[in-house]
Design a protein around this ligand. Structure first.
Ligand code: DCP
Ligand code: MG
Length: 242
């Protein structure tokens, strides 16, 4: 049956290795379908770990992770993962054609849908400017494309997969401003109607989120909208002022 994409964390604690401190401590939040959750905090704070619990790459030591009010443990893992799309800072690309890269994970997709996804991902134009267009062969890990172009291919793929839950892990770092603008536009398109988790170091990428969770050493130290957090005069405000 379809997944609406309602994600709930109930007192989640995650420990990677027994001797280490917990990477996540008592994390609670509720992300209703279609809402945008921003995750911010210093390196090692636990942002990526949160998203990897949704896909069950890891299991919490304490607490539970729910999708549509049902524990992720009760899902068939393949079914669950089919509904969750990832756009990562270092997108996963294969040495095959651009077309195959966009269609990856979605064998039933048509050429028309591939092109439509690429247009929405702000990728169609640069693809058409390549000598072989959609048939252009990529090298290992997408060699031949810039970081921003690879990201837009990954966004086009996510649009084709049509996931209910979307994770954007640091998707716009390390690109110039014009490219960032194009990627932001593409992301807005792919986030449409999906529960989205935006992980960012820069506040500009997540200030429109419905709720922002500020993480520090595995704990949520502040939460709220951009405006609420600026009024708090806490860690978020300090990141903003830098
Ligand atoms: N960790 C670990 N083993 C893993 C992954 C993470 O021991 N397989 C540890 C490293 C950090 C903590 O867990 O101490 C949280 O790691 P995250 O990757 O979740 O942290 P962030 O995503 O917030 O960091 P960054 O901004 O660098 O991506
Ligand atoms: Mg991370």
């Amino acid at each position: 049956e379809p997944i609406k994409g309602h994600v709930t964390f109930n007192h989640v604690t995650l420990t990677y290795t027994k001797d280490d401190d917990s990477a996540l401590k008592d994390i609670c939040f509720d992300a209703p379908p279609g809402k945008v959750i921003g995750l911010i905090g210093s390196t090692g704070a636990g942002k990526t770990s949160i998203t990897q619990l949704i896909t069950r790459f890891y299991e919490p030591e304490i607490g539970e992770v729910l999708v549509d009010n049902r524990s992720v443990k009760d899902y068939n893992i393949k079914t669950l993962r089919k509904h969750i799309g990832f756009v990562l800072q270092e997108p996963f690309l294969f040495s095959t054609t651009i077309k195959e890269n966009i269609a990856y994970g979605n064998p039933d997709v048509t050429d028309h849908q591939i092109m439509d996804a690429a247009k929405r991902a702000q990728a169609h134009e640069f693809i058409m400017n390549l000598p072989n267009g959609y048939e252009t062969m990529l090298g290992e890990r997408g060699m031949g494309l810039s970081g921003g172009q690879k990201q837009r291919i990954a966004i086009a793929r996510a649009i084709c997969i049509n996931p209910s839950i979307l994770v954007l892990d640091d998707a716009t770092s390390a690109v110039d401003m014009e490219t960032e603008f194009k990627i932001q536009k593409a992301l807005k398109e792919v986030m449409q109607g999906r529960t989205s988790f935006i992980i960012a170091h820069r506040i500009s990428s997540l200030k429109h989120a419905d709720e922002i969770l500020v993480l520090d050493e595995g704990q949520i130290v502040e939460r709220g909208t951009h405006d609420e957090l600026l009024n708090n005069d806490g860690q978020y405000k300090r990141i903003y002022d830098i």
